[in-house]
Structures are given as structure tokens and as C-alpha cells.
Design a protein around this ligand. Sequence first.
Ligand code: ADP
Length: 573
Amino acid sequence: MDISRRAPKPPQRPLATTVHDSGTRRRQQPNKPATPKASDALPLPLYLTNAVFFTLFFSVAYYLLHRWRDKIRNSTPLHLVSLPEIAAIVSLMASFIYLLGFFGIDFVQSFISRASHDAWDLDNHHHNNFLIEDPRRRPPQQPQPHPEPLISTLSTEEDEEIVQSVLVGKIASHSLESQLGDCKRAASIRREALQRTTGRSVQGLPLEGFDYASILGQCCEMPIGYIQIPVGIAGPLLLDGFEYSVPMATTEGCLVASTNRGCKAIHVSGGATSTLLRDGMTRAPVVRFASAKRASELKFFVEDPVNFDALSVVFNRSSRFARLQSIHCSLAGKNLYMRFTCSTGDAMGMNMVSKGVQNVLDFLQTDFPDMDVIGISGNFCSDKKPAAVNWIEGRGKSVVCEAIIKEEVVKKVLKTNVAALVELNMLKNLAGSAVAGALGGFNAHASNIVSAIFIATGQDPAQNIESSHCITMIEALNDGKDLHISVTMPSIEVGTIGGGTQLASQSACLNLLGVKGASKESPGSNSRLLATIVAGAVLAGELSLMSAIAAGQLVKSHMKYNRSSRDVTKISS
Ligand code: ADP
């Protein structure tokens, strides 16, 4: 195992070992009041209870043996038992069960904890040799009064030896895949070593049923299993004349049901329409000069159309699909931030844009040798952080999606009315978010839908931050009879190739939407379609939740349906 990454072990010595009334050994943190124990609930103190059962056990055992000796002497059959003997047998069994439960478990656990301590001792040795430990980096450990039983998934003795090598640091955990050439086996061994190092069981985290080779070098390092998230289906979502069944991976009850209700309202009203406003991934390096004047000279240089054309040629060499669209510069003194925007085909495009930017920086270094590249990403991009630049300029796909919902649909399907929805939207999504100082958060719960689709389709869930930027507008039409609802989302960052999209489950969800992989006929059309589907599903989710709130169902259903799976309004907003 990579020693520098080993999980900190539970403390051993600082814990005072105290002997409790019964003689059982329990750990207690020094200077901490003793926590209540189950034994406190007994009618007698624990040591008295133990004494009673001990006495009972030995006295009835003595009595029974005595009786059986008499029976053998008198040639009385042993199976003929009197009432006192039956009572004695029952008492013997009861006291035996009590004593076994009390002392037997501690006895077994003493072996388990001893094995765990051995592993920690080795760990200590390595820490002393190679690392200076910063105590602030150690998460506080809870005392483990009863270490958990560890269930091994190892199949061979050879695997057991490899686990030992990992535990003593002879084999680095991160190198198991390359050393064994078998990703599943590597995950199994790493998992076992981890359990023994931490003394914590990961039973429940599945190991079987996953293709570990498919994530190697791409999606996740040092795997020990995978998390299961249920996938629900909302729809059909009628968008731009086509129906889509939208997969949503979530553990939030009612989210799919609520989105489904929104899809129904949109469908019976004739469907939603989407427009892609722009499509460009961004990356903004930060470079430093000796003076602000020199930094400005580079800004004017890259913004000159003639130079821009030359830079585009250099940038576009990075990929068949990367096409430079613009460079937006911003200065902070003598530091220059250049926000490159490019189209990236069907890929979400972070790798692609980064490669292109690196090409341009190398090229610029010839004309600007005094340019000091501080970082390929200077946060003006802005990736995975709330930032006004994404909200205003957009990042990834900018989409607007709208629908007209008829009066009777608002009444029958959404159980509310147009005026209530319009007013709620103004006071909640617009004024309320303004009061909150929102940045891109002028909506009820766009991130709920975005995250669920992102996880199902293998997008980067961390990009939910800017991808969920959304302003929801609800306006009355036809003298207040019908309703116009729209969502405007400037930064939907999605791809249908690369990253997690190639994994079997995620790829199946993309396939369901008809956007799996790269589009051969029109590169980029799959990822653009996926972005519009995300916006369409958000439209459905907004419509449904806003209706629930307008109808006053939200709090009521929180109270009423907290343990039910039927309600469609119990969504965090
Ligand atoms: P990202 O830039 O989103 O991290 P990757 O670089 O992991 O994506 O994956 C994109 C890769 O897929 C690139 O190597 C690119 O050449 C290839 N590719 C094949 N077809 C397409 C397409 N239609 N659109 C974008 N990339 C494509």
C-alpha cells in the first residue's frame, strides 16, 4: 500500500483501558465522561448479574449431575425427569446462553483486534521512517469498543501473501493493477488490505459485477468496489417533436416521480421547444509579466483578429474536433487571464481545450519570452466553482427551453392555477433568489435534475455547479389562461464520449436517449442534443415542483408522506 496515503489508524495508547464492573475490557477516552452503556438498563449492577448467572449455572449443573448419579445407581432411566429437574435444565441453558453471550464475543474479538493492531504497528514503523505527521491532518477517530468482523473476499493463498506485502509496504497499493495485470484481483486485494489496516468492514460495498479494466487510467484510481445508485425513468419528455425517456440516477425519493409529472404536463400541452444558444468549452491560463504594460501588450496581441487566426491554427492542431472560437482576456495588475473558448465535438472537452491552450502558450512563448506561465488553469475558466463569468458568458452548452402549458393542464395535472404559479415564480425564483444574493440560482431545483441525469449518463458530477445555473421564468399568456414557462441555462457541460460516458451502465443510459458515443454524421450533435434533453428535463422538474409549492402541498406532503414513496412533491428545493 502507498504508505503516504494510508488511512490513519485508530489511536492505541492514548486510549485508557479501563476495567468495568463485569471485568470486561472497554476503551474509554481519557478526560471524557463515560458514555451510557446498555448494562445501565439492567435492574442489578452488571457484576451482580454476572454473579447470579455464574452461581445459577454451577449450582444447577451440580444439582443435575448429582441427580443423574443417583439415577444411574438406582437404575432409573435418565430420560424420566421430574419437574425440579426440568426447571434445573432450563436454568442451566439460560445461564449458559447468558455467559456465552457475555464472555464468548469478547473472547473472539480479542483475536480480531490483535490482528488489526499488528497491521497498525507496521504502519507506525513506516510513518516514523518516511513521514512527518501533521496531527491536524488526522481526522478524529472514534474509539472502537468492538471491532467489526471483517469478511474476506480473497480466494487463494497467493492473494493472501500479496495482501501481506501490501500491508508491510513491499507492494504499493496503487501499483497492484500493473503488477498483477488483473484489475478485479487488484481491487479485491486492495480492499482486503484496507479492511485490515483500518479495522473497518466494507461489506455492502459491492466488488463483483463491475469491469475494473474499463476504469483503469481513466475514471478512478485505487478502486475497492463501486457504489450502486438506482436509476429511474422520467418521461416521455416531448422535446422538439421527439420523445425521450430520461434516466435519472438518484436516491432522493419523489424526484423522478415529480419530474415525470412535469413531463406529462408538457406532453399533453404539445411538448417543449429548445434552442442551443452557443457551444464552447473554456480554459483560462494565468500568465505573469514583469509589468502590467507587458501583460496588456499580450492582451492586445491575442485580441488582434490577424493574430487570432494564427493562434487558432495552432490551437486546432490539438484535435480534429477542437475549434478555437474566442479568447477573452482579463487583467489583474501584471497578471493576464486568457479565457479560451472552443467547440469540442461530442466530448465535454476539458482535455481537448487544455491541450489546445498548451499549444498556444508554447507558441506565444516565442514572441513573449518574458511570459511566465503560472498555471494552465487560472480559475477564469471557471471549472466546478460558482462564478459569474459562466453565468454571464456561458460555458459548455447554453440552452433555452420553453413550453406553453394549457389552463386545464395546470388545473388537472399540476393541481394549481396560472396566477399562483406566476406569483410564486416572481417571489421565489426571482425576488427570493435576489434576496439570497444568488449566482445563477434563479430556479427551484434545477440541480436536482441536472445531477441525476449527470450521474446516470457518466458526466462529471462536480460540474453540476455551473451546469445547474438556471433562470426559470413563468409568465401568463392569453389573458392569464395559459402559462409560458422557460428555463435558460448558460453552462450545461456535457459530453457523450470520453470520461465516464464509456462505462457500461452510463453508456446504456446514453443509448436509451439515442446519444451514445460520437456522432459520425455530425460531430457534436449528440452532446448538443444531450444538453437540450437536460434542459427539457429541468423544465419538467421546475414545472412540477413549482406547482406543488403553489398548491401548498410541499410542507403538507413532507409531513404526510415522509415515509411514503407515492408522493411527487416531497423534493428539496
Ligand atoms: P474530454 O476532452 O471531454 O475530457 P476526452 O479527451 O477524454 O474528452 O475524449 C475525447 C476523445 O474522443 C478525443 O481523443 C477525440 O479525438 C475523440 N473523439 C472521437 N470522436 C469524437 C467526437 N465526435 N467528438 C469529440 N471527440 C471525439
